[in-house]
Design a protein. Structure first.
Length: 200
């Protein structure tokens, strides 16, 4: 039994010097990459199949949230300084890279620490939540805010991007959707209009 307990995991990563704040795994199955963030102001990129550190990226702030883009070309790192850093995953460099070498840009509209990030399935949108109680939706190409939601009760602790079900396809009429849903015993949730504030 003791021998079985010793082999409950394939790899153990312990390169971070302070508390780990977030972990994300890529889309490659057993060949995926893992990105971890820590209070040591680093994000580390790991190979799941080899169990090795691929890259170490040092940030100007503690990173509390990570999101990978759909193509895994970049990842977004939300800092306690209110900035979302954009870091390149495919840039050449050693695993012990220097400060800021792979940071290729940033987004900054939050007034307090970024607490959570999520990317849309196609990578065109990034959603960020913050201690300032704001949820911002970013266009990743233009790096502009497309939508703002206010969470009046306090900091935002988590965000999730969910694909729109086929029966709610914009090409179908609302009446058809409503009658179809009623027939299946499903009801649409109330609209979030009271939280929405367009950034246009």
């Amino acid at each position: 039994m003791q021998e079985e307990e010793r082999h409950l995991y394939e790899y153990s990563f312990h390169e971070h010097t302070l508390k780990v704040t977030d972990i994300k795994i890529g889309y490659g199955g057993c060949n995926a990459i893992i990105v971890s963030a820590s209070e040591d102001r680093t994000c580390k990129v790991w190979s799941l199949s080899r169990g090795k550190l691929l890259r170490n990226i040092v940030f100007p702030s503690i990173i509390d949230a990570i999101a990978l883009d759909a193509g895994e070309h970049v990842f977004y790192a939300g800092g306690r300084d209110g900035k979302i850093y954009i870091a390149a995953l495919n840039a050449p460099g050693a695993s012990n890279s220097s400060y800021g070498l792979h940071i290729i840009g940033s987004l900054s509209e939050h007034s307090k620490a970024i607490t959570c990030l999520a990317s849309s399935a196609d990578g065109s949108l990034l959603v960020s939540g913050s201690e300032d109680g704001m949820i911002r939706v970013w266009d990743t190409k233009s790096r502009n805010i497309t939508r703002i939601f206010r969470h009046a009760k306090g900091p935002v602790s988590n965000v999730l991007v969910v694909r729109q079900p086929e029966h709610l396809n914009p090409g179908t009429s609302i009446n058809t959707q409503a009658s179809s849903l009623r027939g299946h015993g499903l009801l649409l949730p109330p609209p979030l209009q009271k939280y929405a504030n367009s950034a246009d």
